[in-house]
Write a protein that binds this ligand. Structure first.
Ligand code: ZN
Length: 262
């Protein structure tokens, strides 16, 4: 039984319909973290400001259904326009006081010095604002990306417990690498990323890491399931993993996401 509601710590609700949000409310969600991401490279840094304004408006849209929105702002690596990177970072700096989370930020290409620098600069902003940071890892080359991310965490000085390293595959070695740094490990239940079956494997193979793992949907524009967290909870409970289900979908994300832990 979910005593306090479910949390989805990584979504992009600007791409979800009213009906999608209704399903979330009916399924017992309490809070949804909705992160910045545009599926294109903004032609001008000011375009980011419009996106952030759109995100702010999500608070009222979700509240109307009894859902708490936690808003993330930041510059996703796929949205970096090299000639505008400094100006884009200035937009993030200006808007971050209106956000509760830094994100989605991260690494798409582990060989890109610019992406590494953009990530480091934003983690410094999160540290200064005392915000949780949600960090994207790419579908391929996760190990390489992880190396760049761990370096950026260390160089920025952000507290690792304020960092979620997301979209990890449920390989115990990969998870342990993140857990050893002291950060949260995010598993995304989405076609091509991870499945509920992977969570079951993880519960058995890496029970020690479980206290540092959170589960999310990355629901948005691309193939995804807005109810992935609720369905994962139900599936795990049916298999007898009651405590683990509750921890992964409610307790842990509330500890990991600052505004939800206080
Ligand atoms: Zn995302």
């Amino acid at each position: 039984m979910v005593e306090t509601g479910l949390v989805d710590p990584h979504t992009h609700t600007v791409f979800l319909s009213w009906r999608d949000l209704t399903y979330l409310a009916e399924a017992g969600y309490e809070a949804v973290v909705t992160l910045a991401y545009t599926p294109y490279v903004p032609t001008h840094p000011a375009s980011l400001e419009d996106h952030f304004t759109h995100l702010e408006a999500e608070v009222a849209r979700l509240k109307a259904l009894g859902l708490r929105a936690v808003i993330g702002m930041g510059l996703h690596p796929r949205c970096v326009k090299p000639e505008h990177a400094s100006a884009q970072l200035e937009v993030v700096r200006k808007w971050l006081p209106k956000a509760q989370v830094l994100g989605e930020v991260g690494i798409e290409n582990p060989d890109s010095n610019l992406e590494a620098e953009v990530l480091r600069a934003q983690l410094i902003m999160a540290k200064e604002a005392d915000l949780t940071a949600v960090i994207h890892t790419p579908r391929n080359r996760k190990k390489g990306a992880l190396k760049v991310i761990v370096k950026a965490i260390k160089e920025s000085g952000i507290k690792p417990e304020n960092v979620i390293v997301d979209h990890l595959t449920p390989e115990p070695a990969l998870l342990n690498e993140v857990v050893e740094v002291g950060a949260w490990a995010g598993i995304t239940i989405q076609p091509g990323k991870a499945s509920v079956h992977d969570l079951e494997y993880l519960i058995e193979a890496a029970p020690d890491a479980l206290n540092h793992v959170i589960v999310n949907s990355d629901a948005g524009r691309d193939p995804s399931n807005p109810l992935a967290v609720a369905e994962a909870y139900d599936a795990l409970v049916r298999k007898g993993y009651v405590t683990e289900a509750y921890r992964l979908t409610s307790i842990n994300p509330k500890e990991a996401i600052k505004p939800l832990s206080t």
